[in-house]
Write a protein that binds this ligand. Structure first.
Ligand code: UGA
Length: 443
């Protein structure tokens, strides 16, 4: 039996995937409304396949959910997947992790069950050793390594691909000071993944915790790097960041992924994790200048959209600007820290009228911008009678738009391709004034 504490995106995905594999899973969460939704298989968030899995494992009885933490007492494995929300100082709030550790410890007190406790929440280095372990030891009255085995096992799930990334992980990182705990969790994963088992890295808690942050910081840095090169290319006729990225990516020490330039990275992970890492470094009296620069580069990157719009139209006052794509990336409705937000605010501040469309994030956008902007029901309606159209998120649906859609629909066909999804030559030949991230001036 497996228990999963915290049924947010990571917890629910973990729970439904394990239940789908045939394990008996108990999902534990304090939020009754959330539990009710899971029981009824109502969507909690936008994530491909999760609802399907949810329905099937609730129907088969392989997943049950409860707010009663003591139900974890008979579990062989207990995952901690609670949220670690940001604090004002950029650090993370470990309150939910602490509560989960207390509940796990208390339920272990009267149980003779040996439990593998696995911290999957993203936590700053030292959390498993200095917070989770002593709490469980105190509450359970048992020593780590005796009544329970504690390990850190970060997740590397992308939004929009969370089920795929859980079922086909590219690596498994297990950190612990307890070699039995590592061995036990490794055996579990060998059974779970069988011949699909990826490389396993066995290490300390601290390394496992830091690998997660290093991973996201590195990917964010890679994007901010190519965005910097894009900004250079934008000022030089003949330069194009797409070709530069292709050339760079051919170096197998660099690799082609995460070199798609844009108006900046967003989402619930990169911004939060980089801030937490910076705040953590400061607690060590170390200023991580490189990571601070990545965050700063990203903060101002969205201004490039306004810069390009002004290059195209001079003044934005009174202009109708169509914004295509609001979610922080395609295949999600998530607008947390999405670059569409500063872009729309910047356009409004310049006196522009904004009309926006996104295939999934309209509800979130309405909640955020209310009647400050207009909302379209499809991309073509969005660009109707507009003076400029900005592509912010690279949804597949936008890639099928042709130059004639822009020429026929817009008041004046001025396109800013913020994700490089269109061919500059085709669009220019069709009469579209074409501007793009990382593309040297064409006019
Ligand atoms: C990220 C990591 O990729 C996952 O490995 C990690 O598990 C997850 O955070 C997490 O910590 O939970 P995610 O936030 O879903 O996943 O998003 P990504 O696909 O990494 O994209 C992040 C941002 O970078 C998006 O705004 C995206 O548009 C942008 N990006 C990405 C680019 O602008 N260019 C690229 O080439 C790649």
């Amino acid at each position: 039996m497996i228990s999963v504490f915290g049924l947010g995106r990571v917890g629910l995905v973990t729970a439904v995937c394990l239940a789908n594999k045939g394990y008996q899973v108990i999902g534990i969460d304090r939020d009754r409304h959330r539990l009710e939704k899971i029981r009824n298989s109502d969507p909690l968030f936008f994530e491909p396949k999760v609802l399907e899995y949810n329905k099937s494992v609730i129907a088969s009885g392989k997943l049950s959910v409860t707010e009663d933490a003591s139900m974890s007492a008979r579990s062989d494995l207990v995952y901690i997947t609670v949220g670690t929300p940001s604090k004002k100082d950029g650090g993370i709030n470990l309150g939910f992790v602490k509560n989960a550790a207390i509940a796990i410890g208390q339920s272990l007190r009267n149980s003779d069950q040996y439990q593998m406790v696995i911290v999957k929440s993203t936590v700053i280095p030292g959390t498993a050793r200095n917070l989770v372990k002593p709490i469980i030891e105190k509450e359970s009255g048992k020593k780590s390594g005796k009544g329970f085995g504690l390990s850190t096992n970060p997740e590397f799930l992308r939004e929009g691909k969370a089920i795929h990334d859980t079922e086909y992980p590219d690596r498994i990182v297990i950190g612990s000071e307890d070699s039995e705990a590592i061995k036990n969790l490794e055996s579990f994963y060998r059974e779970l993944y069988a011949e699909r088992i990826p490389p396993i890295l066995r290490t300390t808690h601290e390394n496992a915790e830091l690998i997660k942050y290093a991973n996201n910081a590195f990917l964010a840095m890679k994007v901010s790097f190519i965005n910097t090169i894009a900004n250079i290319a934008e000022s030089m006729p003949g330069a194009d960041v797409k070709t530069i990225a292709a050339g760079l990516g051919l170096d197998d020490r660099v690799g082609p992924k995460f070199l798609n330039a844009g108006f900046g990275w967003g989402g619930s992970c990169f911004p939060k994790d980089l801030s937490a890492l910076i705040t953590f470094c400061k607690s060590l009296n170390y200023s991580p200048r490189l990571i601070e620069a990545v965050v700063e580069q990203n903060r101002i990157q969205s201004r490039r959209a306004i810069h390009l719009a002004k290059r195209a139209l001079r003044s934005l006052k009174g202009k109708r600007i169509a914004v295509l794509g609001l979610a922080f990336k395609p295949k999600t409705d998530d607008m947390r820290e999405a670059v569409s937000i500063p872009i729309i605010k910047g356009l409004l501040a310049q006196g522009a009228k904004v009309v926006a469309y996104d295939p999934a994030a309209m509800k979130n956008a309405r909640g955020m911008f209310q009647d400050a902007i207009q909302y379209a029901t499809n991309p073509r309606e969005c660009m109707d009678s507009s003076d400029c159209c900005i592509i912010v998120t690279e949804w597949e649906e936008f890639k099928t738009l042709s130059p004639s859609d822009f020429v026929e629909r817009m008041r004046k066909p001025v396109l800013i391709d913020g994700r490089r999804i269109y061919d500059a030559v085709d669009f220019t030949a069709a009469g579209v004034r074409f501007f793009a991230v990382g593309l040297g001036p064409l006019e």
